[in-house]
Design a protein around this ligand. Structure first.
Ligand code: ZN
Length: 296
């Protein structure tokens, strides 16, 4: 390693463009995978300010909330949070709830999220959030721009044949666009005509994709057992073929009882299909720099 004085000299002797400061060269966006579909997006330099959006917070301690019906009886979440939940909430300037299901906004989040927190939600979920006392709601019908981030909602289907009516309700994907970064959250969606159209029209650089191959395993009046409710490994692969320049960050595994696909299982699939350059499978707590995702 060069001593500091030598580095300063190198800087003085440079004849090309002046070296950029660490702040200028560091990635302006960090994506922290928290747990399941909970992800924190930190924009570090939007008009010289830092802005964090917390997506789909489930905040319960391990095993303290009921299982999703028609699957096994394991209580949720099945693993612990990797971070302090109070600090996580304090760091968030806004919350995006992709859709109001208990594995995307759980009972603990309902209890501890401050009632005046800015929450972006789909139109379908507004009334229920208001009933819970949340007063600072910004419904995303189509597009809304906040602090330089344009949030667009795109219609999605939670499973094949879903019509957006109860008991499942609407499901949505979202694109988060700044001047430099194009992020996309699939939400709970299958890769059908809607999601394909959304992805190919937005052409995001980074796609946070809800997988886990969630499904009901017991007979029930809602959905045929075995019907996928989130992306399958085959659909993740198809996504990489659809948008070969995009990076897929796979989440929504290991924490909720009806998820069948594990991170380990997906990592094995990614290796066997030679998709390591296209699909990232983070571990809970991992922080990914947007720029590094684009380079690797
Ligand atoms: Zn889900």
């Amino acid at each position: 390693m060069l001593p500091f004085g030598a580095l300063a000299l190198l800087g003085c002797a440079a004849t090309g463009p002046s070296p950029k400061s660490a702040a200028e060269t560091a990635s302006a966006v960090e994506i922290q995978f928290i747990r399941s579909a909970t992800v924190a997006i930190k924009y570090k330099n939007l008009d010289r300010k830092s802005v964090t959006i917390l997506v789909d917070p489930i905040l319960a301690d391990k095993g303290t909330e009921p299982p999703i019906d028609f699957s096994n009886t394991n209580k949720n979440p099945t693993i612990e949070l990797p971070v302090d939940k109070k600090q996580l909430l304090e760091s968030a300037d806004a919350i995006l709830i992709t859709h109001y299901h208990p594995d995307h906004f759980d009972l603990e989040a309902e209890r501890i999220v401050p009632r005046d927190t800015l929450i972006f939600c789909q139109p379908y979920d507004e009334a229920r959030l208001r009933e819970k006392g949340f007063s600072n709601l910004q419904v995303i019908d189509r597009t809304f721009t906040w602090k330089g981030i344009t949030i667009s909602r795109l219609l999605a289907r939670h499973h094949e044949g879903a019509v957006g009516a109860p008991p499942f309700g609407e499901s949505s994907s979202y694109s988060l666009q700044t001047k430099k970064e194009a992020l996309f959250f699939t939400g709970d969606a299958i890769l059908d005509d809607r999601l394909r159209a959304a992805l190919t029209s937005v052409r995001p650089n980074v796609i946070v994709a809800n997988t886990g191959e969630c499904q009901f395993t017991k007979e029930n009046p809602v959905l045929t057992p075995g019907t996928p409710m989130t992306l399958t490994v085959g659909e993740l692969k198809e996504m990489t073929q659809l948008l070969p320049r995009s990076k897929v960050v796979a989440v929504h595994m290991d924490a909720i009882n009806h998820c069948q696909l594990t991170k380990d299982g997906l990592r094995k699939y990614v290796a066997s299909e030679h998709l390591k350059g296209s699909i990232v499978v983070p571990t809970e707590g991992d922080v990914m720099a947007y720029d590094a995702l684009m380079k690797n």
